[in-house]
Write a protein that binds this ligand. Structure first.
Ligand code: FAD
Length: 368
């Protein structure tokens, strides 16, 4: 068992697997990122992928393109401008009223048509509900390889995409290649990659593309849109401070200690998977490989052992503080600070200490 990336297949064994790339794929060039635009809003994972795509394009010495698809004037131009600010060199734009709401058929037709016409060598999508649905159907339509939920993307010495992802229940990481077809496709979950720095004033070329879509040949119809009011209840993935509890808290009632500390710190609360499985917390609060990936400035883990499936969801945090009675718990391998104590007794004291500081700070500011 290992929590470090599997060593890439030796060049010799890759060479044995690798057939000559068929002639029709040799023209495939550039890195593309599908910008996920829904109801005028771009999913932030798109910018995280632009940052990652930029690195791949620079390594390959090619251009990075943002792909923006939607109804005319439904935020498409704004999305393209943002794509340039985050690092894209050019944008492919498909506008059509039929693309107003996401539906698998017209989006798959649009993206496969774009790929067939402009031939990217790498195509990245977010591992969101939309991205997972679209990536799978585009890959199967194009008969190419797709590596889902990647945690690391790079290009090897032979300029092939090396896509690393957890496997065997997260106990191993494997690196997957798409050697004989194009494009090489991958999805990445939100918050796995950092948001790149904005470069204000940066701009690029826009290539408009028309796709022949006919409403009568699309079997799915959108009758109405009902927003999921629950989906905004937790902002775990984007919070600056996250406090989470695990089985070490010994009961659902003690998760309240985690919520209280998160509240005082102005952050969000979460938990390990067994807490969800035991019904102590709703699934939207789960952090880790099969829950949310977080990138806060501060992550406090109370009574969490730090199993690999939890670790992969939190290691993007700037500062990890573990509160654990076991000095040999795996979380101490990657926490920056550890408090070796009983979290059930320590959390209320920590919360009170922060509460006192916050109210002293507020009084000083009011007095000043
Ligand atoms: P435990 O491993 O039981 O650890 C409890 C910790 O609390 C121990 O380190 C103990 O020393 C400490 N402790 C005990 N009492 C106290 C106390 N009073 N004060 C302080 N510390 C105390 N897990 C996730 O979290 N997220 C996932 O997304 C996820 N996905 C998974 C996917 C798959 C396919 C599989 C197989 C597993 C997944 N898991 C996931 C489960 C994961 O393997 C671990 O079982 C889980 O993370 C352990 O949860 P825990 O740390 O809360 O509990």
């Amino acid at each position: 068992m290992s929590d470090t990336p599997a060593p890439a297949a030796p060049a010799s064994s890759r060479a044995a697997m690798k057939k000559e790339l068929p002639e029709r794929f040799k023209a495939y060039k550039n890195v593309w990122v599908m910008v996920e635009l829904e109801r005028g809003q771009v999913h932030p994972v798109s910018w995280e992928l632009i940052g990652e795509g930029r690195k791949l394009a620079d390594k390959l010495g090619v251009e990075l393109a943002a792909v923006v698809v939607g109804a005319p004037e439904a935020g498409t131009r704004e999305a393209i401008a943002e794509g340039f600010v985050y690092g894209a060199d050019l944008a492919y734009l498909v506008e059509n009223p039929i693309l107003a709401e996401y539906r698998n058929e017209p989006y798959t037709k649009t993206l496969t048509d774009l790929v067939d016409t402009h031939k990217p060598e790498i195509l990245l999508l977010g591992a969101t509900n939309l991205g997972r649905d679209l990536a799978g159907s585009v890959a199967t339509t194009l008969l190419t390889g797709l590596t889902a939920d990647c945690t690391e993307l790079t290009v090897d010495a032979e300029k092939s995409l090396a896509a690393t992802r957890p496997t065997f229940g997260g106990s191993l990481l494997c690196t997957i290649y798409t050697l004989n077809t194009r494009p090489q496709m991958a999805t990445v979950r939100p918050r796995v990659m950092p948001t790149p720095t904005r470069q204000e004033g940066r701009t690029g070329r826009v290539v408009e593309h028309a796709v022949d879509l006919k409403e009568e040949s699309i079997v799915t119809k959108v009758l109405s849109f009902l927003p999921d009011r629950a989906s905004h209840r937790s902002n775990l993935a984007f919070a600056d401070v996250v406090v989470a509890g695990g089985l070490g808290l010994q009961g659902a009632e003690n998760l309240q200690l985690v919520r209280a500390l998160a509240g005082v710190l102005g952050g969000e609360w979460g938990c390990s998977r067994p807490c969800v499985q035991k019904g102590w917390a709703p699934a939207e609060r789960q952090i880790g490989q099969t829950g949310k990936t977080i990138r806060p400035k501060l992550y406090i883990a109370a009574g969490i052992s730090g199993a690999i499936q939890h670790r992969v969801g939190v290691e993007g945090a700037d500062l990890i503080v573990a509160i654990n009675t076991d000095r040999k718990a795996p979380i101490l391998d990657f926490a920056h600070l550890a408090v070796a104590t009983d979290a059930i007794r320590f959390l209320p004291a920590l919360t009170e200490a922060f509460r006192a500081r916050v109210s002293a700070h507020t009084s000083d500011r009011l007095a000043g």
